[in-house]
Design a protein around this ligand. Structure first.
Ligand code: KMH
Ligand code: ZN
Length: 274
């Protein structure tokens, strides 16, 4: 039996500037229309970073609430808010993201060098995020930037119990300068340390996008794609839209005989409340 592929779209991120990447969706209208088109192509989850009126990354709670409401109203996608934000965001703002009551939220399992910056995720902060999500029924996606962060995840689950819903889903974010490389070998070495029963998706930053996608499909994993992670479609060819990336992922998934997973099935798999 084939396992369908859960496809997550990460359309915006916090790193690229709209002035340099004009196709980046930064307004609520742009985000919602991107979400609708990606859903029609086969995405089931949307990983959301939002921007302010000047297209700068923001964790403004009012905007986050409006975004969750609009995506719920106009799509059937599972709405996952980023608690990672931008590297400069304080912990208090990142925790407050949960007040927007998304279906899911990201929860990164450790500090990592992030290009020239540092993406800080202290143990106490991780515990606080995990605990608050458990209390509120928000399903985490545990973000793993390096192999040792899977050890942190196992420690977290051992000490503080399973996440809301009980199912553990991780996303391997590969190829960040400072994290694990975006290679098949690195992906395979992560598999051994996944918690029992966990599912995983993977995304490869920049030029590691395609190798990671193919490795994940081969290893029974799922896919995250989008302009948060990839702004070149091929060498010298900027990404035209998030839909272009989802369409490519769907094509690879179908070739692997693992068609896109419908959102309803994804909700059941991830134990997201309907
Ligand atoms: N923007 C990165 C510093 C997440 O969304 O949880 C962190 C990030 C991870 O994107
Ligand atoms: Zn993110």
């Amino acid at each position: 039996m084939t396992t369908p592929t859960l496809i997550t779209i990460a359309p915006t991120g916090a790193e690229s500037a709209k002035s340099e990447v004009p196709a980046l969706p930064v307004t609520l209208d742009e985000l919602v229309s991107t979400a609708r088109e990606c859903e029609a192509l086969g995405a089931a989850v949307i990983h959301v970073h939002i921007r302010d009126a000047e297209a700068r990354p923001t964790l403004d709670l009012g905007r986050l609430r409006d975004t969750v409401a609009a995506l719920r109203e106009q799509t059937n996608l599972i709405v996952q808010l980023s608690t990672g934000g931008a590297v400069s965001d304080p912990e208090s703002d990142r925790l407050r993201v949960l007040d927007a009551e998304p279906d899911m939220a990201s929860c990164t399992m450790g500090t990592v060098n992030f290009g020239d910056d540092v993406f800080m995720n202290r143990w106490e902060f991780i515990v606080e995020l995990h605990t608050r999500m458990r209390e509120r029924g928000i399903v985490p996606e545990y973000e793993i930037f390096d192999l040792g962060q899977l050890t942190t995840l196992r420690r977290l689950l051992d000490k503080y119990g399973p996440p809301a819903g009980g199912h553990v889903h991780v996303d391997l974010v590969m190829g960040v300068p400072g994290g694990m490389p975006g290679t098949a070998e690195a992906l395979v070495s992560c598999l051994r340390d996944l918690p029992d029963g966990a599912t995983f998706s993977a995304t490869g930053i920049g030029r590691s996008t395609i190798p990671v996608m193919l490795a994940s499909l081969s290893a029974g994993g799922h896919l995250r794609v989008g302009m948060e992670d990839t702004i070149s479609y091929a060498k010298g060819q900027p990404v035209e839209s998030n839909m272009q990336l989802v369409a490519r992922a769907v094509g690879f998934a179908r070739l692997a005989q693992r068609p896109p997973m419908p959102a309803g099935e994804a909700r059941a798999l991830l134990e997201v409340k309907s």
